[in-house]
Write a protein that binds this ligand. Structure first.
Ligand code: PLP
Ligand code: COI
Length: 344
C-alpha cells in the first residue's frame, strides 16, 4: 500500500487512544454455538438493559498489535498466544471459548480490512487490535449470561506513556487490583474497573502508574495496571516477578526468551520483594501497549527508590532488550519460529 492510500493521520503524533477505523469483526453466541461471524462497519452495540456485561461485568478482552515491517509487510505478533489467553480467561469467567483458530482468522480479517490504518514503518505507531467478549443476554440473578458477543476492532496507537522512552515514576499503591485465587491472572474487564480509582489517585498525586504489591502480604512486587515488570540486577541478570495473580504477559514471556536466547543473559522468574528494589540497576514495564517502558523511580510511601539508570534514558540492558524485541516485531531481526504472522 502506497503512502497516498493510507488514512490521513499524523502518525508520528498519534497517542494511545481510540480512533475509529473502517471495519470490525463480530460473532454472536446463541443456543450453545457461535455464528459464522462477519465484518461490519457498525461500531455501536445495542444491548438489553439487563445484559450480563452491564449488570455483573461479564466481559473480557485482549490486546495485540499489527506492524508495518522494514520491508513493507504487515504482520501481527503472536496472535495465537492472545487466542489461548482469551480462552483461559473465558473459562475463568464462565463464558464460552471463541475457538482459537477462528480468533486468529478474525484478527487477520480485521487487519486486512483496515490496512490503510496500519501506520507506516518508522513512525513509531502501530495498529492496536482489541478482541473482546461480553455477556449479551439479560440476567437478573447472579449467573452467567446465556448469550455472548465476540468482537475485534482496530485502532492506530502511539506510545502508552507520554514521552515514549522517557523513564516514568511509579507509586506503590494502597489499593489492590487482584486477590490471591481471584482473577488477576486473566484479562477480565473487572480487573481494570478495580484499578480506575487507584490510577486516578496516582495521577492526581503526580505519578505515571501504580506498582501493585501482592494483596496478601504487601511485601512483593506484582505488576502495574497494564504491564508486567522486569528488573536488571547489577550483574546483568534479568529478573521478573512470579505470582499467580498477575497477567501472564506475552511481551514478558517473549522478552525473557529474547534475553536468554538472543542476548545471552541470565534470566530468572521469582518472587521479588519491595525491599530489594533499591538493589536493582534497571527497572522496566513490558506489555503490548507499554512495549518496554523504562521506570526511573518508584516511590514507596515517601521513600524514593531511584534506579541507577536515572530519569533521562533507558538503562543499557533495557535498551538492548527493547531493540531486539522491536527489531523482531518490525522485521529487522529474524524472529523465532511462529512469532510473526504475515497478513499482507
Ligand atoms: N499486565 C496487565 C495487567 C495487562 O493489562 C497487560 C496488557 O495486556 C499486560 C500485563 C501485558 O501483557 P501482554 O504483554 O500480553 O500485552
Ligand atoms: C495491552 O497492553 O494490550 C493492554 O491491554 C493494556 C491496557 C491497559 C491498555
Amino acid at each position: 500500500m502506497t503512502t497516498e492510500e493510507k488514512a490521513n493521520i499524523d502518525w508520528a503524533n498519534v497517542g494511545f487512544g481510540y480512533h475509529k477505523t473502517d471495519k470490525r469483526y463480530v460473532s454472536n453466541y446463541k443456543d450453545g454455538k457461535w455464528d459464522e461471524g462477519t465484518l461490519t462497519e457498525d461500531s455501536n452495540i445495542v444491548l438489553n438493559e439487563s445484559a450480563g456485561v452491564l449488570q455483573y461485568a461479564q466481559t473480557c478482552f485482549e490486546g495485540m498489535k499489527a506492524y508495518t515491517t522494514v520491508d513493507g509487510k504487515v504482520v501481527v505478533f503472536r496472535p495465537d498466544m492472545n487466542a489461548k489467553r482469551m480462552a483461559a480467561t473465558a473459562k475463568r469467567l464462565e463464558m464460552p471459548v471463541f475457538p482459537e483458530d477462528r480468533f486468529v482468522e478474525a484478527v487477520e480479517q480485521v487487519v486486512k480490512a483496515n490496512l490503510k490504518f496500519v501506520p507506516p514503518y518508522g513512525t513509531g505507531a502501530t495498529l492496536y487490535l482489541r478482541p473482546f467478549m461480553f455477556g449479551s443476554a439479560p440476567v437478573m440473578g447472579v449467573k452467567p449470561s446465556a448469550e455472548y458477543q465476540f468482537r475485534i476492532f482496530a485502532s492506530p496507537v502511539g506510545p502508552y506513556f507520554k514521552g515514549g522512552a522517557k523513564p516514568i515514576t511509579l507509586t506503590v499503591s494502597d489499593f489492590d487490583r487482584a486477590a490471591p485465587h481471584g482473577t488477576g491472572h486473566v484479562k477480565a474487564g473487572l480487573n481494570y474497573a478495580m484499578s480506575l480509582h487507584a490510577i486516578v489517585t496516582a495521577h492526581a498525586n503526580g505519578y505515571d502508574e501504580n506498582l501493585y504489591p501482592d494483596a496478601l502480604t504487601r511485601t512483593k512486587v506484582e505488576e502495574t495496571g497494564g504491564a508486567n515488570f522486569f528488573f536488571v540486577t547489577k550483574d546483568n541478570k534479568v529478573v521478573t516477578p512470579k505470582s499467580d495473580s498477575i497477567l501472564p504477559s506475552i511481551t514478558r514471556r517473549s522478552l525473557m526468551y529474547v534475553a536468554k536466547e538472543y542476548l545471552g543473559l541470565e534470566t530468572e522468574e521469582r518472587e521479588v520483594y519491595l525491599s530489594e528494589l533499591k538493589d536493582f540497576a534497571e527497572c522496566g514495564l513490558c506489555g503490548t501497549a507499554a512495549v518496554i517502558s523504562p521506570v526511573g523511580k518508584i516511590v514507596d510511601h515517601g521513600k524514593e527508590i531511584l534506579f541507577p539508570s536515572g530519569m533521562e534514558k533507558m538503562g543499557t540492558i533495557s535498551q538492548k532488550l527493547y531493540e531486539t524485541l522491536t527489531g523482531i516485531q518490525y522485521g529487522r531481526i529474524e524472529a523465532p519460529k511462529g512469532w510473526i504472522r504475515v497478513i499482507a
